[in-house]
Design a protein around this ligand. Structure first.
Ligand code: HEC
Length: 196
């Protein structure tokens, strides 16, 4: 029975030490400091297991349909994904290099992942990382599946295609209406809009 008391004593000391370490401010939350390999390895396993247990939605659309992939590219650009992950011919924003964990290059990291995995991550996000939940941010499942189609086909999408698909529509120049053009007399004062 003495060894039981010893184990209990050690357990109490470990809990107190962990409490002092964590709540006493000794753990450094700085994103500029990398975690030890063991911690990274553990967090990665926890993330994979958590996603694998939950990601089981079958794709409701055909993921290799060109129109869907193209629409997914537009959604990807509109929702700001390229700021963190980059896109064909688009460099990620400089700030994303300061994120810890860093956003992966999806072209490489998602090629072997099941579509359900990609959908789950984009829909739910990942806690304690910079990866947002786009469902929480109001993006529909339909749009997220289009984004999945785009991500799964990333290796086949050229820089030129991505650029052409996501370019803003050309603005049609409308000639100014007569009453919008200030008369020479009005030029001395701030132009007054007579149609307001
Ligand atoms: C503010 C930065 C940021 C934005 C914006 C962002 N992500 Fe992420 N994303 C991350 C980070 C950081 C990770 C890595 C999380 C980790 O290591 O657990 C990640 C991970 C992922 C993963 C991989 C998850 C895995 O299992 O490896 C996918 C897929 C993904 N993001 C897709 C997207 C899509 C699609 C969008 C836009 C709709 C997007 N992300 C927008 C930061 C971002």
């Amino acid at each position: 029975m003495r060894w039981l008391a010893a184990v209990g004593g050690i357990a109490v000391v470990v809990v107190i030490a962990a409490g002092v370490y964590l709540f006493g401010g000794f753990y450094n939350v700085s994103a500029a400091v990398d975690d030890p390999d063991l911690m990274n390895w553990t967090l990665l396993r926890i993330r994979e297991a958590s996603i694998n247990r939950r990601a089981d939605a079958p794709p409701p659309i055909k993921l290799d349909d060109p129109a869907t992939i193209r629409q997914g590219a537009i959604e990807f650009a509109e929702h700001g994904c390229a700021n963190c992950h980059g896109a064909p011919g688009v460099k990620w924003a400089k700030f994303s290099e300061g994120l810890n964990p860093g956003p992966p290059d999806l072209k490489e990291s998602m090629s072997d992942e099941a579509p359900a995995h990609v959908f789950w991550v984009v829909s739910n996000g990942i806690k304690m990382t910079a990866m947002p939940s786009f469902s929480k941010a109001g993006v529909s499942d339909e749009d997220i599946w289009e984004i999945v189609a785009f991500i799964k086909n990333l290796p086949n999408i050229s820089e030129a295609d991505y650029k052409a698909w996501t370019a803003p529509p050309p603005t049609v120049a409308t000639p100014p209406r007569a009453q919008d053009t200030p008369s020479p007399a009005q030029n001395t004062t701030p132009p007054a809009r007579s149609n307001k």
